[in-house]
Design a protein around this ligand. Structure first.
Ligand code: FAD
Ligand code: SF4
Length: 460
């Protein structure tokens, strides 16, 4: 190894994995991880740390991997991250820590994500747990939602000695990690559940099947149940549609519904009783991570899959690794293409979708070149299912039942970036509920900032 090239990671063969839901990436073993760790230059001013939204001491933990000391490597990471096995798998490292790594100037950046995953997986196999609080503060904090923002906020507060209860609307904890991201990218029992158990091992209580705003309100939690502060990490689970003719046809799904059936309700498992459409030919509309997950799930359930996206390859918002994996597995990309109408058969089931070709015009406010229709370029794709993956927004239930909680025009809760403080005293918020759909690590960063904000508020 010349130091410029990263140690390759083993993966399931593309043809084989396209037919199963087992994890695609197999991760590093000890020898591979220790070899990759030797590529880290232990920079005095590590740029990688500046690129990490939760500021993990990256050279610190990599040094411990080099020394073969996984336990200490894990403790270094868990000072900053409650979900290292999750982040090692799904974080967009290429645009964060690895995007800043100096090794990347003349070769491959250090595989920070794969090393993080190795440490977290090995620590789990060894039964190593994060260190909890030495002293209790005797103050109760409620956390709404058990996604990455809620779990991080709860874990950090518990480490500071607070008495934390997470209230989760679904029957299982984890947010998008359990209902959105598929098993083949993020195993639920082996990885997600174990990291949630680690958060619970810090003393965090979890109450599932509690819908805040319906079962109980935030004001009731604070006035009647003795919670002195509340963190809202309720995510952005409300799907958007295109509002094109025919969108009401049977066989049109939101990616959220389709993925929830498959992941949370285990429809991918042939022994499950949850119904799911096993399409012959499926069109997935959108180009983000959610679209890739829906497409790759439909493929594994037996469909020929077309991803229809209105911009070009360069603009695809999904992680490069996910696009690469999707292509390897046989997903067909119809780029610079936009749906205009869905057609149903005489029984109301989808039979085809009309699309129009696009070209890229001037950059819009996001800096990306906006797609413009090419007149007269309509064409039809025959299909029996359409999955809309066009983004999501926060559910208004909490904001509409909490007096004094300000939201912006996109229905996102208004909160200060530095400490999560909302317009309501004692109420903090972070993650997708504040930013709109974003990433796991940004949600975790917001949960961390809010834990600090809540500690400062309750210490006054
Ligand atoms: C399919 C899919 C794939 C993705 N892939 C990636 C990826 O590869 N990498 C990446 O970084 N990001 C990815 N993301 C985005 C990422 O998962 C989210 O940004 C992140 O999960 C947001 O965390 P959160 O804690 O804010 O909210 P969520 O994870 O959405 O969790 C919110 C939780 O709050 C609960 N809740 C909502 N309302 C209430 C209520 N009223 N009372 C009680 N509980 C409530 C919900 O049930 C949920 O469990 C993906 C998202 C999806 C949907
Ligand atoms: S920037 Fe790269 S080489 Fe430098 S400390 Fe971070 S991971 Fe190591």
């Amino acid at each position: 190894m010349d130091g410029f090239v990263r140690v390759p990671v083993r993966e399931q063969d593309a043809k084989e994995r396209a037919k199963n839901f087992k994890e695609v990436c197999l991760g590093y073993n000890k020898e591979e991880a220790e070899n990759e760790a030797t590529r880290c230059l232990n920079c005095p001013n590590p740029k990688c740390v500046a690129g990490c939204p939760v500021s993990i001491d990256i050279p610190g933990f990599i040094q411990k991997v080099k020394e073969g000391n996984v336990e200490e490597a894990y403790q270094v990471i868990s000072k900053s991250s409650a979900l290292p096995a999750v982040c090692g798998r799904v974080c967009p490292q290429e645009s964060q820590c690895e995007g800043k790594c100096v090794r990347g100037i003349k070769g491959d950046p250090v595989s920070i994500g794969k090393l993080e995953r190795y440490v977290a997986d090995t620590a789990r196999e060894m039964g190593i747990k994060p260190e909890g609080a030495k002293e209790k503060k005797g103050k109760k904090v409620a956390v709404i939602g058990s996604g990455p923002s809620g779990l991080t906020c709860a874990g950090d507060l518990a480490k500071m000695g607070y008495d934390v209860t997470i209230f989760e609307a679904l029957h299982e904890a984890g947010g998008v990690l359990v209902y959105g991201i598929p098993e083949f990218r993020l195993p639920k029992d082996a990885v997600v559940k174990k990291e949630i158990e680690n958060v619970k091992s810090l003393g965090v209580k979890l109450e599932t099947d509690v819908v805040i705003g319906k079962s109980v309100t935030i004001d009731e939690l604070m006035e009647k149940e003795g919670f002195e502060a509340v963190f809202i990490g309720s995510g952005a689970g409300l799907p958007r549609f295109m509002n094109i003719p025919g969108e009401q046809a049977m066989g049109v799904f939101s990616a959220n519904e389709y993925l929830t059936r498959s992941n949370l309700m285990k429809a991918f498992d042939e022994n499950s009783t949850t119904p799911i459409m096993r399409a012959k030919k499926c069109v997935v509309v959108g180009g983000g991570n959610v679209a890739m997950d829906a497409a790759r799930t439909a493929l594994r359930l037996g469909a020929e899959v077309h991803v229809v996206y209105r911009r070009g390859e360069e603009e695809l918002p999904a992680r490069k690794e996910e696009v690469h994996h999707a292509k390897e597995e046989g997903i067909i990309f119809d780029l610079l293409t936009n749906p205009v109408e869905i057609h149903a058969d005489e029984n109301g089931w989808v039979k085809s979708i009309t699309c129009i070709r696009m070209e890229l015009g001037e950059p819009d406010e996001s800096g990306r070149r906006s797609p413009v229709e090419i007149p007269g370029s309509e064409f039809e794709i025959e299909c029996d299912a359409v999955i809309m993956s066009l983004g999501t927004s926060p559910n208004p239930l909490i904001s509409s039942t909490t007096e004094g909680l300000e939201v912006n025009r996109r229905k996102c809760i208004v909160a200060e970036e530095a400490n999560g403080q909302t317009s309501k005293k004692g109420v903090f918020a972070g993650g997708d509920a504040v930013t709109g759909a974003a990433t796991v690590i940004l949600a975790m960063g917001a949960g961390k900032a809010a834990a600090k904000g809540i500690d400062e508020y309750l210490s006054k």
